[in-house]
Design a protein around this ligand. Sequence first.
Ligand SMILES: [Zn+2]
Length: 119
Amino acid sequence: MTKKFIIKKEQREKKRIARERIDILFTLAERVFPYNKELANRYVEIGLAVQQKAQVKIPRKWKRRYCKKCHSFLVPGVNARVRLRQKRFPHVVIQCLECNHIMRFPYLREKKAKRREKQ
Ligand SMILES: [Zn+2]
């Protein structure tokens, strides 16, 4: 094995661990949210710090579960409003009710998959 190869392997391993930690932190945030909102937000902060340090993507599952502006953990129907919109492009609108920040997530990929299914 060359040195370069070993370094690459190490980096991959680091990223895998980072993603795993992010998943654990968000799972914890979801669990403590009903009892302790502050703690849930703290877990999000730590998760985002891990994400930034390791330069990985937030897992798809958790991407829509925190506010990009105030970093609050979001629970639809509790502190987040979720609406579907078709105007211009199909997207999900998530509004953080803590700071009223609005985030839009397109779901074109899902729509295209459905179209393909129909054919
Ligand atoms: Zn917010």
